[in-house]
Design a protein around this ligand. Sequence first.
Ligand SMILES: [Fe+2]
Length: 359
Amino acid sequence: MMSEKITNVNDVTRENWILSTFPEWGQWLNEEIENTTVPENNFTMWWLGNTGLWIKTHENTNIVCDLWCGSGKRTHGDGKMRAGHQMMRMSGVNNVQQNLRISPFVIDPFKMKNVDALVVTHTHSDHLDINTAAAVLKQGGKDVKFIGPAEVVKMWIKWGVPADQTITVKPGDEVQVKSVKIKAFQAYDRTELVTAPVGETLKGKMPQDMDPLAVNYLFETSGGNIYHAGDSHYSNYFAKDGNENKIDVALGAYGENPRGIQDKVTSVDILRMAEDLKTKVMIPVHYDVWSNFQADPKEIVELWKMKKDRLDYKFQPFIWQVGGKYTYPQDVGKIEYHYPRGFEDVFTKEPDLPFPSLL
Ligand SMILES: [Fe+2]
Protein backbone atom coordinates (compact mmCIF):
# COMPACT_ATOMS: atom_id res chain seq x y z
CA MET A 1 0.00 0.00 0.00
CA MET A 2 1.32 3.45 -0.87
CA SER A 3 1.82 5.66 2.16
CA GLU A 4 -0.07 8.93 2.04
CA LYS A 5 1.87 11.75 0.41
CA ILE A 6 3.01 14.45 2.83
CA THR A 7 1.92 17.90 1.66
CA ASN A 8 3.03 20.15 4.52
CA VAL A 9 6.65 21.00 5.34
CA ASN A 10 5.91 20.75 9.05
CA ASP A 11 5.11 17.06 8.66
CA VAL A 12 8.39 16.21 6.97
CA THR A 13 10.93 14.58 9.23
CA ARG A 14 14.32 13.05 8.56
CA GLU A 15 12.82 9.63 9.35
CA ASN A 16 9.83 9.85 7.00
CA TRP A 17 12.07 11.28 4.28
CA ILE A 18 14.32 8.20 4.59
CA LEU A 19 11.39 5.78 4.64
CA SER A 20 9.73 7.37 1.61
CA THR A 21 12.95 7.50 -0.45
CA PHE A 22 14.84 4.40 0.51
CA PRO A 23 15.47 1.80 -0.91
CA GLU A 24 15.69 3.86 -4.07
CA TRP A 25 13.86 1.30 -6.23
CA GLY A 26 11.19 0.61 -3.61
CA GLN A 27 9.75 -2.80 -4.38
CA TRP A 28 9.97 -2.46 -8.19
CA LEU A 29 12.60 -5.18 -8.54
CA ASN A 30 10.94 -7.43 -5.95
CA GLU A 31 7.79 -7.34 -8.10
CA GLU A 32 9.72 -7.94 -11.31
CA ILE A 33 11.50 -10.98 -9.89
CA GLU A 34 8.30 -12.44 -8.46
CA ASN A 35 6.42 -11.92 -11.73
CA THR A 36 9.14 -13.35 -13.98
CA THR A 37 8.53 -16.79 -15.41
CA VAL A 38 11.81 -18.34 -16.48
CA PRO A 39 11.58 -20.14 -19.83
CA GLU A 40 12.45 -23.84 -19.96
CA ASN A 41 16.19 -24.52 -20.49
CA ASN A 42 17.06 -20.98 -19.36
CA PHE A 43 17.90 -19.32 -16.07
CA THR A 44 17.36 -15.69 -15.18
CA MET A 45 19.46 -13.56 -12.88
CA TRP A 46 19.43 -10.01 -11.59
CA TRP A 47 22.40 -7.94 -10.48
CA LEU A 48 21.74 -6.63 -6.97
CA GLY A 49 24.88 -4.46 -6.79
CA ASN A 50 28.48 -5.32 -5.89
CA THR A 51 28.70 -9.13 -6.36
CA GLY A 52 25.08 -9.55 -5.25
CA LEU A 53 23.03 -11.83 -7.48
CA TRP A 54 19.51 -13.25 -7.56
CA ILE A 55 19.25 -16.49 -9.56
CA LYS A 56 15.81 -17.78 -10.54
CA THR A 57 15.30 -21.06 -12.37
CA HIS A 58 12.56 -22.47 -14.58
CA GLU A 59 11.55 -24.67 -11.61
CA ASN A 60 11.14 -21.52 -9.48
CA THR A 61 14.20 -22.13 -7.31
CA ASN A 62 15.45 -18.79 -6.00
CA ILE A 63 18.99 -18.30 -4.77
CA VAL A 64 20.34 -15.02 -3.42
CA CYS A 65 24.13 -14.67 -3.37
CA ASP A 66 26.22 -12.00 -1.61
CA LEU A 67 23.44 -9.41 -1.33
CA TRP A 68 24.90 -6.45 0.55
CA CYS A 69 22.42 -4.16 2.29
CA GLY A 70 24.91 -1.87 3.96
CA SER A 71 27.00 1.15 3.12
CA GLY A 72 30.64 2.20 3.13
CA LYS A 73 32.06 5.24 4.89
CA ARG A 74 29.45 7.67 6.19
CA THR A 75 31.71 10.06 8.07
CA HIS A 76 35.30 11.26 7.97
CA GLY A 77 35.71 10.14 11.60
CA ASP A 78 39.19 10.98 12.88
CA GLY A 79 40.63 10.64 9.38
CA LYS A 80 42.42 7.41 10.26
CA MET A 81 41.72 3.81 9.23
CA ARG A 82 40.68 1.14 11.67
CA ALA A 83 43.90 -0.41 12.98
CA GLY A 84 44.66 -3.76 11.39
CA HIS A 85 42.29 -3.29 8.44
CA GLN A 86 43.17 -5.56 5.52
CA MET A 87 43.92 -2.63 3.20
CA MET A 88 46.20 -1.16 5.88
CA ARG A 89 48.03 -4.49 6.19
CA MET A 90 48.27 -4.78 2.41
CA SER A 91 49.75 -1.38 1.72
CA GLY A 92 51.00 0.24 4.91
CA VAL A 93 48.57 3.16 5.01
CA ASN A 94 47.07 5.07 7.92
CA ASN A 95 44.72 7.56 6.33
CA VAL A 96 41.08 6.78 5.77
CA GLN A 97 39.99 6.32 2.14
CA GLN A 98 36.84 7.66 0.64
CA ASN A 99 35.26 4.26 0.02
CA LEU A 100 31.65 5.38 -0.24
CA ARG A 101 28.90 3.17 -1.59
CA ILE A 102 27.79 4.53 -4.94
CA SER A 103 25.36 1.83 -6.11
CA PRO A 104 21.69 2.40 -5.39
CA PHE A 105 19.67 -0.06 -3.36
CA VAL A 106 17.70 -1.80 -6.09
CA ILE A 107 15.88 -4.31 -3.92
CA ASP A 108 13.93 -4.12 -0.70
CA PRO A 109 15.36 -7.01 1.32
CA PHE A 110 12.38 -7.09 3.67
CA LYS A 111 9.98 -7.51 0.75
CA MET A 112 11.86 -10.47 -0.75
CA LYS A 113 9.81 -13.61 -1.29
CA ASN A 114 10.47 -17.27 -2.14
CA VAL A 115 14.21 -17.21 -1.37
CA ASP A 116 15.31 -20.83 -0.93
CA ALA A 117 18.90 -20.12 0.07
CA LEU A 118 21.28 -17.29 0.88
CA VAL A 119 24.74 -18.18 -0.40
CA VAL A 120 27.77 -16.10 0.63
CA THR A 121 31.28 -16.24 -0.80
CA HIS A 122 33.38 -14.77 2.01
CA THR A 123 33.53 -12.91 5.30
CA HIS A 124 33.99 -9.33 4.12
CA SER A 125 31.18 -7.02 5.14
CA ASP A 126 30.25 -6.01 1.57
CA HIS A 127 29.27 -9.68 1.02
CA LEU A 128 28.30 -11.02 4.45
CA ASP A 129 25.65 -8.71 5.85
CA ILE A 130 23.46 -8.91 8.95
CA ASN A 131 20.57 -7.02 7.29
CA THR A 132 20.44 -9.50 4.43
CA ALA A 133 20.61 -12.44 6.85
CA ALA A 134 17.73 -11.02 8.92
CA ALA A 135 15.57 -10.29 5.88
CA VAL A 136 16.16 -13.71 4.31
CA LEU A 137 15.37 -15.44 7.59
CA LYS A 138 12.17 -13.41 8.07
CA GLN A 139 10.80 -14.23 4.62
CA GLY A 140 11.85 -17.88 4.56
CA GLY A 141 11.35 -19.04 8.14
CA LYS A 142 12.59 -22.52 8.88
CA ASP A 143 12.84 -23.59 5.24
CA VAL A 144 15.54 -21.21 4.03
CA LYS A 145 19.16 -22.37 3.99
CA PHE A 146 22.28 -20.32 4.73
CA ILE A 147 25.27 -21.62 2.79
CA GLY A 148 28.84 -20.41 3.17
CA PRO A 149 32.40 -21.21 4.25
CA ALA A 150 33.08 -21.93 7.95
CA GLU A 151 33.79 -18.39 9.12
CA VAL A 152 30.71 -17.04 7.31
CA VAL A 153 28.52 -19.66 8.99
CA LYS A 154 30.12 -18.89 12.35
CA MET A 155 29.13 -15.24 11.95
CA TRP A 156 25.55 -16.10 10.94
CA ILE A 157 25.16 -18.26 14.06
CA LYS A 158 26.63 -15.45 16.19
CA TRP A 159 24.00 -13.14 14.67
CA GLY A 160 21.20 -15.55 15.65
CA VAL A 161 20.61 -17.56 12.49
CA PRO A 162 19.51 -21.06 13.65
CA ALA A 163 22.51 -23.38 13.31
CA ASP A 164 20.37 -26.17 11.82
CA GLN A 165 19.60 -23.91 8.85
CA THR A 166 23.25 -23.31 8.04
CA ILE A 167 25.39 -25.43 5.73
CA THR A 168 29.16 -25.08 5.89
CA VAL A 169 30.91 -25.69 2.61
CA LYS A 170 34.54 -26.14 1.66
CA PRO A 171 36.04 -26.60 -1.80
CA GLY A 172 34.77 -29.84 -3.35
CA ASP A 173 31.43 -29.82 -1.49
CA GLU A 174 28.10 -29.95 -3.28
CA VAL A 175 24.73 -28.85 -1.91
CA GLN A 176 21.40 -29.41 -3.62
CA VAL A 177 18.86 -26.61 -3.13
CA LYS A 178 15.67 -27.70 -4.87
CA SER A 179 16.55 -27.76 -8.59
CA VAL A 180 19.98 -26.12 -8.20
CA LYS A 181 23.23 -27.94 -7.46
CA ILE A 182 25.70 -25.61 -5.74
CA LYS A 183 29.36 -26.62 -5.96
CA ALA A 184 32.00 -24.93 -3.79
CA PHE A 185 35.49 -24.21 -5.14
CA GLN A 186 38.63 -22.75 -3.71
CA ALA A 187 38.70 -18.96 -3.74
CA TYR A 188 41.66 -16.85 -4.88
CA ASP A 189 40.99 -13.80 -2.74
CA ARG A 190 44.35 -12.82 -1.28
CA THR A 191 42.80 -9.82 0.46
CA GLU A 192 41.05 -12.39 2.67
CA LEU A 193 44.44 -13.78 3.65
CA VAL A 194 45.51 -10.44 5.10
CA THR A 195 42.22 -10.02 6.96
CA ALA A 196 42.75 -10.69 10.66
CA PRO A 197 41.41 -9.49 14.01
CA VAL A 198 42.57 -6.15 15.40
CA GLY A 199 45.75 -6.55 17.40
CA GLU A 200 46.95 -9.63 15.53
CA THR A 201 50.24 -9.37 13.63
CA LEU A 202 50.69 -11.31 10.41
CA LYS A 203 54.34 -10.52 9.73
CA GLY A 204 56.54 -13.62 9.70
CA LYS A 205 53.59 -16.00 10.12
CA MET A 206 52.31 -18.64 7.74
CA PRO A 207 49.41 -17.30 5.63
CA GLN A 208 45.92 -18.24 6.79
CA ASP A 209 44.01 -21.10 5.16
CA MET A 210 41.67 -19.68 2.52
CA ASP A 211 39.01 -22.41 2.69
CA PRO A 212 37.27 -21.44 5.97
CA LEU A 213 37.25 -17.78 4.90
CA ALA A 214 36.21 -17.80 1.25
CA VAL A 215 34.94 -20.07 -1.51
CA ASN A 216 33.85 -19.63 -5.12
CA TYR A 217 30.67 -21.27 -6.39
CA LEU A 218 29.20 -22.95 -9.43
CA PHE A 219 25.40 -22.87 -9.58
CA GLU A 220 24.20 -25.67 -11.86
CA THR A 221 20.68 -25.09 -13.17
CA SER A 222 18.50 -26.69 -15.84
CA GLY A 223 19.22 -23.64 -18.02
CA GLY A 224 23.02 -23.51 -17.60
CA ASN A 225 25.74 -22.94 -15.04
CA ILE A 226 26.95 -19.78 -13.31
CA TYR A 227 30.43 -19.43 -11.84
CA HIS A 228 30.58 -16.83 -9.07
CA ALA A 229 34.16 -15.91 -8.21
CA GLY A 230 33.37 -13.77 -5.15
CA ASP A 231 36.24 -11.29 -4.76
CA SER A 232 38.84 -13.66 -6.22
CA HIS A 233 41.96 -12.15 -7.71
CA TYR A 234 43.33 -13.60 -10.93
CA SER A 235 44.59 -17.18 -10.55
CA ASN A 236 46.10 -19.84 -12.82
CA TYR A 237 43.61 -22.19 -11.19
CA PHE A 238 40.72 -20.65 -13.10
CA ALA A 239 41.97 -22.82 -15.98
CA LYS A 240 41.67 -25.95 -13.83
CA ASP A 241 38.14 -24.95 -12.75
CA GLY A 242 37.35 -24.41 -16.43
CA ASN A 243 38.75 -27.78 -17.42
CA GLU A 244 36.74 -29.65 -14.82
CA ASN A 245 33.39 -27.86 -15.12
CA LYS A 246 30.94 -26.66 -17.71
CA ILE A 247 30.69 -22.90 -17.16
CA ASP A 248 28.20 -20.85 -19.17
CA VAL A 249 28.27 -17.50 -17.37
CA ALA A 250 31.05 -16.26 -15.08
CA LEU A 251 31.17 -13.24 -12.77
CA GLY A 252 34.43 -11.60 -11.77
CA ALA A 253 35.18 -8.81 -9.26
CA TYR A 254 36.43 -6.06 -11.56
CA GLY A 255 37.75 -2.67 -10.52
CA GLU A 256 40.48 -0.08 -10.90
CA ASN A 257 42.90 -0.53 -8.02
CA PRO A 258 44.26 2.63 -6.40
CA ARG A 259 48.04 3.06 -6.51
CA GLY A 260 49.88 0.44 -4.45
CA ILE A 261 46.78 -1.75 -4.11
CA GLN A 262 46.06 -5.24 -5.47
CA ASP A 263 42.46 -6.10 -4.78
CA LYS A 264 40.25 -6.23 -7.88
CA VAL A 265 40.68 -7.96 -11.25
CA THR A 266 41.56 -5.49 -14.02
CA SER A 267 40.29 -5.59 -17.61
CA VAL A 268 43.16 -7.66 -19.03
CA ASP A 269 42.80 -10.27 -16.33
CA ILE A 270 39.01 -10.37 -16.66
CA LEU A 271 39.63 -11.52 -20.26
CA ARG A 272 42.23 -14.06 -19.12
CA MET A 273 39.83 -15.27 -16.44
CA ALA A 274 37.08 -15.78 -19.04
CA GLU A 275 39.44 -17.67 -21.35
CA ASP A 276 40.67 -19.86 -18.49
CA LEU A 277 37.20 -20.68 -17.20
CA LYS A 278 36.04 -21.53 -20.75
CA THR A 279 32.91 -19.56 -20.02
CA LYS A 280 30.58 -18.46 -22.79
CA VAL A 281 29.68 -15.14 -21.14
CA MET A 282 31.90 -13.05 -18.85
CA ILE A 283 30.31 -10.43 -16.64
CA PRO A 284 32.32 -7.91 -14.60
CA VAL A 285 30.79 -6.91 -11.27
CA HIS A 286 31.90 -5.06 -8.09
CA TYR A 287 33.22 -1.97 -9.94
CA ASP A 288 29.82 -0.33 -9.39
CA VAL A 289 30.02 -0.08 -5.65
CA TRP A 290 33.11 1.64 -4.24
CA SER A 291 33.80 5.27 -5.04
CA ASN A 292 37.55 4.64 -5.08
CA PHE A 293 37.56 1.46 -7.21
CA GLN A 294 35.34 2.62 -10.07
CA ALA A 295 36.29 1.40 -13.54
CA ASP A 296 34.87 1.71 -17.02
CA PRO A 297 33.76 -1.76 -18.20
CA LYS A 298 33.81 -0.59 -21.82
CA GLU A 299 37.56 -1.06 -21.54
CA ILE A 300 36.86 -4.82 -21.32
CA VAL A 301 34.75 -4.72 -24.47
CA GLU A 302 37.37 -2.71 -26.39
CA LEU A 303 40.19 -5.07 -25.39
CA TRP A 304 37.97 -8.06 -26.23
CA LYS A 305 37.35 -6.62 -29.71
CA MET A 306 41.08 -6.10 -30.23
CA LYS A 307 42.01 -9.61 -29.17
CA LYS A 308 39.11 -11.90 -29.95
CA ASP A 309 40.04 -12.86 -33.52
CA ARG A 310 43.73 -13.28 -32.95
CA LEU A 311 43.28 -15.22 -29.72
CA ASP A 312 40.18 -17.00 -31.01
CA TYR A 313 38.09 -16.13 -27.98
CA LYS A 314 35.09 -18.39 -27.48
CA PHE A 315 33.36 -16.05 -25.03
CA GLN A 316 31.78 -12.65 -25.07
CA PRO A 317 31.68 -10.03 -22.35
CA PHE A 318 28.39 -8.67 -21.05
CA ILE A 319 28.30 -5.24 -19.47
CA TRP A 320 25.46 -5.12 -17.01
CA GLN A 321 23.69 -2.49 -14.93
CA VAL A 322 22.72 -2.83 -11.28
CA GLY A 323 19.11 -4.00 -11.04
CA GLY A 324 19.28 -5.36 -14.60
CA LYS A 325 18.05 -8.78 -15.69
CA TYR A 326 19.91 -11.37 -17.78
CA THR A 327 18.44 -14.60 -19.07
CA TYR A 328 20.76 -17.28 -20.33
CA PRO A 329 20.94 -18.47 -23.10
CA GLN A 330 18.13 -16.23 -24.36
CA ASP A 331 20.28 -13.07 -24.02
CA VAL A 332 23.50 -14.47 -25.51
CA GLY A 333 24.70 -12.02 -28.14
CA LYS A 334 23.89 -8.95 -26.07
CA ILE A 335 27.08 -7.09 -25.18
CA GLU A 336 25.69 -4.20 -23.19
CA TYR A 337 22.62 -3.89 -21.00
CA HIS A 338 20.13 -1.07 -21.02
CA TYR A 339 17.18 -0.87 -18.67
CA PRO A 340 13.85 -1.47 -20.43
CA ARG A 341 13.19 1.77 -22.30
CA GLY A 342 9.39 1.51 -22.22
CA PHE A 343 6.98 3.33 -24.52
CA GLU A 344 6.25 0.13 -26.44
CA ASP A 345 2.63 1.27 -26.65
CA VAL A 346 3.24 4.57 -28.48
CA PHE A 347 0.27 5.77 -30.51
CA THR A 348 -2.06 3.14 -29.13
CA LYS A 349 -4.32 6.09 -28.30
CA GLU A 350 -4.79 9.55 -29.76
CA PRO A 351 -2.14 12.00 -28.42
CA ASP A 352 -3.41 15.17 -26.74
CA LEU A 353 -1.63 17.95 -28.64
CA PRO A 354 -2.81 21.38 -29.81
CA PHE A 355 -2.20 20.20 -33.37
CA PRO A 356 -0.66 16.95 -34.71
CA SER A 357 2.66 18.29 -36.02
CA LEU A 358 3.54 20.17 -32.80
CA LEU A 359 6.12 17.47 -31.89
FE1 LIG B 1 34.05 -7.09 -1.96
